[in-house]
Design a protein around this ligand. Structure first.
Ligand code: VGL
Ligand code: ZN
Length: 208
């Protein structure tokens, strides 16, 4: 079974959102084409879903400013602006994303004490989400991953997929993803490639 994972295609990560990824909204039409014509059996989406006191927010660390480094869970952590707070428009999926076609939504980042870039588990790897179990139950053998942001949630999701689903072929779809920092994106792609994740574009998939 072939699955597509759409990472965090939410208002908060698009222009106008609280943690905008440059050109983040440009992934939406590409994602919709993949949903429609990519030949997937299973479509899943992750949703960053923070309580308002989440520990990744600079606002929770008196004196820290967004994008400075701080600490969470005993490890260095980027201090983010408040974003994707549960129940707010910032946390909703982009309105043009074909969310009706999504079979399973994995919310993440609900524990205020730890961040969860990956859709599969928290950054400290102590708690897993239900996503790996869902994909195993669907007997997924190929998983394509795209969305926002390449250098954070997409990368960590792809690296966890390779580790937690050892018999699954994992691909990153570059043109259906955007990142926060250009240098971070280049490093993320190299890291994914070096860990056995194939790098492709939507044209490779849509032309099959
Ligand atoms: C993300 C930073 C904080 C992401 C989520 O979706 O890449 N980045 N929370
Ligand atoms: Zn977040």
């Amino acid at each position: 079974m072939k699955a597509l994972l759409l990472v965090d295609i939410q208002n908060g990560f698009c222009p106008g959102g609280n943690l905008p990824v440059p050109h983040g909204d440009e992934v939406v039409p590409v994602a919709n084409r993949l949903i429609e014509d990519g030949g997937y059996d299973v479509i899943v989406a992750s949703q960053d879903w923070h309580p308002e006191n989440h520990g990744s927010f600079a606002s929770q660390h008196g004196g820290k400013k967004p994008f400075e480094m701080g600490e969470l869970c005993g490890t260095p952590q980027v201090m983010w602006p408040d974003h994707c707070i549960q129940g707010t428009p910032d946390a909703e999926f982009h309105p043009d994303l074909n969310i009706d076609a999504v079979d399973y939504i994995q919310q993440k980042g609900e524990n205020p004490a730890v961040d969860s870039y990956s859709a599969f588990r928290d950054n400290d790897q102590a708690a897993v989400t239900g996503l790996a179990g869902y994909l195993r139950a669907q007997q997924v053998t190929e998983l394509d991953i795209c969305g926002l942001a390449t250098d954070y949630c997409v990368k960590f999701s792809a690296l966890d997929a390779i580790e937690m689903l050892p018999n699954v072929k994992v691909r990153f779809i570059e043109d259906a993803s955007r990142g926060i920092d250009p240098q971070g994106v280049r490093a993320a792609i190299e890291e994914m490639r070096s860990r056995g994740i194939a790098i492709c574009n939507s044209s490779d998939i849509l032309s099959d």
